[in-house]
Write a protein of this length. Sequence first.
Length: 666
Amino acid sequence: MLIKRIRAKNFKTYLELDINLETDPDKPIVLIGGANGGGKTTFFDAIYGALYGLNISNDKEFNELLNAGALGKIEEKIELELFFSGRVLNQEQSYVLTRTYMLNTAKKPVESVKLNMNGSIFQYGTATPTGQRAEQEAQVNKIIKGNLPEELSRYFLFDAMEAGSLLKEDRLNRVIRENIENVMGFNRYLSFAKAAECLTQDYTAQMLDLENEKKEYLQLVEQKRKEEETLTELKGKRKEALDFSVSNKDLYDTLKAGMNEESTLNNKVKQLEEELNNLDKEEKQYKTDVNDFIKNFEMHVSLPKLAEVLQNDIALIINERETSNADAYSHLNKEVVENVLIKAVNVLADKGHNLKDVSVSQLADKVLKSLEDKNTDLEYDYFQISEVEALKKLANGNYQNPYNSITHRKENLDKDIANAHKIKKQIEDLKAQITGKDYSLIKAYEENESAIKTLKSEIEDKDKEVKKIAKRLQQFDIPTTEEPDPKFEALKKLQPLFDEIANTLLKNKKDKIEYKMKHDLNVNLAAYQDVIDRVELSEDLKDLNFSIYHKAGNEIYLSQLNTASTQVVVQVLLKALHEFGDYDPPVMIDTVMGVLDETSRSTLLENYFPELSHQTILLSSDSEVRPNSDLQKIEPFVAKAYTLLRDKEAQKTNVTEGYFGNSINN
């Protein structure tokens, strides 16, 4: 396949784009330069969109792709047109593929596709009747698939910055499998093997004698099919989760470090604010305690002093009253005494004494008079009982003067209040360091990592279940009492035959791939230049992987390579697959240098890009392929060079010949 020309109208930054991309066998490179934001990636998207179509589902998405400079000036329509050639059945064919997008009166996106193949027209659109559209669309897709299937495009149309991510974690084996199975055409034989397996299962079901056996067999086949669908779905989800993990790992690490730092700052701010709140509470409590001290001055000062002065006198009074028995009768009155005397008189009368003339009332008066006479000798008799109790409380009171404590608290408060403005200033400085970023990605990333582990376990369990069902299916067979069916016998041989064909093809190309990768890595992998002894590729498509070995005998583990080296390894792998694959598409690379160091840059310019493909389109900034130093290394292999210039006022990208003012000598 050779891309000859790309035209685009009103697409993103391009109001009008028309570039000739034809190359010569000895000059396979088209070099397209542009500053960041100048339209390089959009140029990439224009070719990809022309080949496989734009995904536009509503008017908002259409307007996002429409060039802003076209609004209100010309017909609001996006056109992508790709001129290319390719071989079909060993015959060279020329194609013009045109895709047009616009909004209808209902503001719904409509699409029109036209493919001209040497004068034969295939055309369909949104308004084309379903049957006719299906037929025409199938023809167009068949032609595109014959030149470069969309599932393979990411191996030949890619961003070098992302190439290294293909080697991260356990994505490597999957990438190798997809590359080799699809690019080298082995996948068709694996599909044949799968089809043969399905036919064998169906034929076995038809050949079973007993209906219940047949029913059980078909149930197992259906169960296996559903389990395989679920397994495929789980693998798809895990692939998406792994892609998300790889794409967001660096951002997650950055946000995580920022969140931890902000968390520390926030905790410090809370601590300082709590100190200010406590100081405010202490100040309020101090004022309350001072007011209480003033209001109760007598209790805190006067009464303790009075108790100290009267301490001895109060002790004498209390001592006299406690040693005197007079108080023991202070609770008696005449009625109580009369009641006691009545009982005493009755007791004596019962014993035979004549007490008829005794007056209980007079006797009670005499008893009370006698008791009162006993108190006339007490020095402090004039004190009432309540007064004595009051004197006791005065003498025994637990008095504390809070004045010293209040004074000490005032001294501490004065110091803390004087220091409060420093704490406030510190809080302001800390808050100024807090960025307030959105850390929702952290939660999403960590949930995604957990999902990856869960999906891995689910995939393993589901794979075991599929194998278990497959083992049960193998127990079913044609009854031995009947004559063998030639068709069935042939079907049983097809699946292992196609598996063997695919593995045989791999073995036939294995040595070439290994030799090519070893050679290119020794030339292009700066960190291990000229020290790679061999590259080993596995021989089984079911367990595809490769290993690199040093001349000293040890394995060079891919996980130990830096980002630049992993990018080189992936690009060398893609080159080998391109050279020995069944397809011959062009290669288009955006951000050509990715993260390469100086040595790797020079090596790729001189040895890699010139030999990569019959047509290699490089999209580069002047900091990647530098006009003053790098251009001369690659210029002999450049067929055409262009520079993309962004017109900010007109909101469009213009194209000039040459590479950042340097013309290419053809």
